[in-house]
Design a protein around this ligand. Structure first.
Ligand code: S3P
Length: 168
C-alpha cells in the first residue's frame, strides 16, 4: 500500500531515480529485475534463454504481488510490467503509478552498451526502439497516474518531481 511504481521504457531512468530517492531520503526501493535474478539465481538474459519470455513475465507478476503487500516502497519496475493488465491492477490497488518518458534518441544513448536486455537484442537502433516504444505507448499511458519527462533533465530533477508527486 502507498507504494510508488516507476514504469517506463528500458533506459527511461527508473532505476537511477529509485536509487537517488533511497540515497537522498532513505526511501526503501525495490529493483524488480535484481530481485528476480536473486530469487531464481539466474540473470534476466539467462531466464529468457532457458525458460522463455512467458516464464519471465510470470515471475514478474508473482514478484509484483508480493511487493504490493509492502508499504511505502519505491518500485523500479521492469519495462514490460505494464503490458499485463493484471499487473496494472495490482499496482493501482497498492499505490501510485508514475511513468518516466524519454525520446528514442535518449533511450538509445542510455542502453547502447548494455547487454542485459533480451527484448532489445538485434533492435538496438533508433527504428527498433521507436517500434517497441510505439507498441507500448498505449499501455504505459493508460496505466500512469502521472507522466514525468526525463529528456534534458538530471536524475536529481526528475527524482525531486517524483518525490513531490509521491506526497500528493
Ligand atoms: C524488459 C525490461 C527490463 C527487463 C527485461 C524486459 C522489457 O527491465 O525486465 O529485460 O520488456 O521492457 P528495465 O526496464 O529495468 O531495463
Amino acid at each position: 500500500m502507498n507504494n510508488v511504481y516507476l514504469i517506463g521504457f528500458m533506459g527511461s531512468g527508473k532505476s537511477s531515480v529509485a536509487a537517488w530517492l533511497m540515497r537522498q531520503y532513505g526511501i526503501p526501493r525495490v529493483e524488480m529485475d535484481r530481485e528476480i535474478e536473486a530469487e531464481y539465481g539466474m540473470t534476466i538474459p539467462e531466464i529468457f534463454e532457458k525458460e522463455g519470455e512467458g516464464a519471465f513475465r510470470q515471475k514478474e507478476t508473482l514478484l509484483l504481488r508480493k511487493i504490493a503487500e509492502r508499504e511505502e516502497v519505491v518500485v523500479s519496475c521492469g519495462g514490460g510490467v505494464p503490458t499485463r493488465t493484471e499487473n496494472v491492477e495490482v499496482m493501482r490497488a497498492s499505490g501510485k503509478i508514475i511513468l518516466l518518458t524519454a525520446a528514442p534518441e535518449s533511450i538509445l544513448a542510455r542502453v547502447k552498451r548494455a547487454e542485459n536486455r533480451p527484448v532489445l537484442k538485434g533492435k538496438k537502433t533508433l527504428e527498433g526502439i521507436r517500434e517497441l516504444m510505439e507498441q507500448r505507448r498505449e499501455c504505459y499511458e493508460a496505466a500512469a497516474d502521472y507522466i514525468v519527462p526525463t529528456d534534458g533533465r538530471s536524475v536529481a530533477e526528475v527524482a525531486e518531481e517524483v518525490r513531490s508527486l509521491m506526497q500528493k
